[in-house]
Ligand binder design. Structure first.
Ligand code: GUN
Ligand code: FE
Length: 430
């Protein structure tokens, strides 16, 4: 039997295009050396060279690609589902910053990050992009823990040198030097699964001087970058006051070379209030939108113009934004995205049609997955990120449901539950 080569049998569903799902009932997914070698309907169609691969028989279970979370705050997982009665700035100052300050303590961090990694491992997420806190040492601790879990991730030490409490604020010099030290440390550790990503928290918490230094790092090293953009109306107004010369919030990053366009993967979370010019700049620079409807609802940020971004052809993935978002499950975010798009259509602009289930599934898989490389599909050549889901214990009297109907039903009814098995890049994690 060839090493790292296997075949999965079951009810296979994945995106065939941005609007359609491919379904293969009792089909076969063939994998070799961490990648999909393709799918087929019948046993006889399995290519000769793959016939002796190990068979995992998951007959009756749903087999789908891994889901991708483009924006999550690891330290905030501890307070998910609490303090949801305020807007962004008040929520950051009263609860988020005091909680994040605790990650200066290794023991607390270990306890909290253990729960975070354990729950993420069981969730539908195969790969993710996470903020830690300003603390370098415990950021490295989190990276070690994620590395060992087998999940794949970009993880960023947060930069913050203004507009936050003293107990969390870095000096400009130390923020930059700790970032350099962190990048050096991560390089030495030779991680297979985790990579660093530059993480200026958002414009209000970083001085121009710090942003200039980070822009220099991007130019030198072409690092990935993640931040927040146009999430909340008061925040957008604040950025306008802080950067009166900028055309818009996105342009405030662009002026420091921190808004994509350098061949470096860049994610901006939220974009609820991004106007046409900002969205055009994102399109031009290949910036990813991390669409976070659960968070946008919880902290009353608004409804992002998802259909507009889709029509413009932007790079888009889904995100939990824990702990603005209260769930770690991107499966749940699929249904939140659909529901938010309906409210947008009904209440904001009736020309922007609601997003369908196959469209939202595409964003959760291929859409966000493309940030990590060729992931999110079972087409030949994609990395073998695979979830095995069971819907046998949510019975219905209706017979003969299609695989798409079963998957849609699973997302709405069982979206938060742990998956049965997970493979990342062809490695079975459990
Ligand atoms: N903007 C700046 N920091 C944060 C954060 O921690 N969460 C959210 N949702 N928005 C932010
Ligand atoms: Fe966030």
């Amino acid at each position: 039997m060839k090493k790292d080569c296997f075949i999965i049998k079951g009810d296979i569903v994945y995106s065939e295009s941005k609007t359609e799902l491919k379904e293969i009932k009792d089909g076969y997914l063939i994998c070799g050396e961490g990648k999909s070698l393709g799918t087929c309907k019948r046993k006889e169609e399995i290519p000769e060279a793959s016939r002796d691969f190990e068979l995992y028989d998951f007959t009756g279970k749903l087999i789908i690609p891994g889901l991708y979370d483009l924006h999550i705050h690891a330290p905030q997982y501890a307070f998910r589902g609490m303090w949801m009665d305020m807007e962004l700035i008040e929520w950051l100052n009263s609860h988020t910053f005091p909680e994040e300050a605790k990650y200066g303590d290794r023991e607390y961090s270990e306890k909290a990050y253990k729960i975070f990694v354990r729950d993420l491992l069981k969730s539908p997420t195969a790969r993710f992009c996470a903020f830690s806190t300003v603390h370098r040492e415990t950021t490295e601790l989190l990276m070690d823990m994620v590395e060992d879990s087998g999940l794949k991730a970009f993880i960023g030490k947060v930069n913050m040198d203004r507009n936050c409490p003293d107990f969390l604020r870095e000096s400009t010099v130390s923020s930059y030097e700790e970032t350099l030290r962190w990048l050096e440390d991560t390089e030495k550790r030779n991680y297979k699964n985790v990579r660093p990503i530059l993480t200026p928290r958002f414009i209000p918490s970083c001085t121009d001087e710090l942003m200039k230094k980070l822009g220099g790092l991007i130019e030198e090293r072409g690092l990935a970058l993640q931040s927040h953009l146009s999430e909340n109306l008061s925040e957008v107004e604040w950025v306008h006051e802080l950067c009166p010369e900028s055309e818009n919030y996105g342009d405030a990053y662009e002026r420091f070379g921190l808004f994509g366009g350098h061949g470096n993967p860049t994610i901006m979370a939220h974009c609820v209030w991004s106007g046409d010019e900002e969205a055009k700049l994102m399109k031009k620079n290949g910036v990813y939108v991390a669409h976070s409807p659960s968070s946008n609802n919880n902290i009353a940020s608004g409804i992002a113009p998802l259909r507009k971004f889709m029509d413009m052809g932007l790079n888009i993935g889904l995100a939990t934004d824990v702990a603005g978002g209260s769930t770690v499950s991107v499966m749940r975010i699929i249904t939140d995205a659909i529901q938010a798009s309906k409210l947008y259509w009904r209440l904001v602009d009736d020309r922007k049609k609601p997003v369908t289930f196959p469209e939202a599934f595409y964003l959760a898989t291929v859409g966000g997955g493309s940030f990590f490389g060729k992931t999110g599909s079972f087409e030949k050549g994609y990395e073998a990120d695979i979830l095995i889901l069971s819907d046998e214990d949510i019975p219905t009297a209706i017979e003969g449901l299609s695989l798409s109907e079963r998957l849609e039903r699973y997302a709405y009814i069982a979206g938060d539950r742990p998956v049965e098995h997970k493979f990342v890049a062809g490695k079975m994690l459990f």
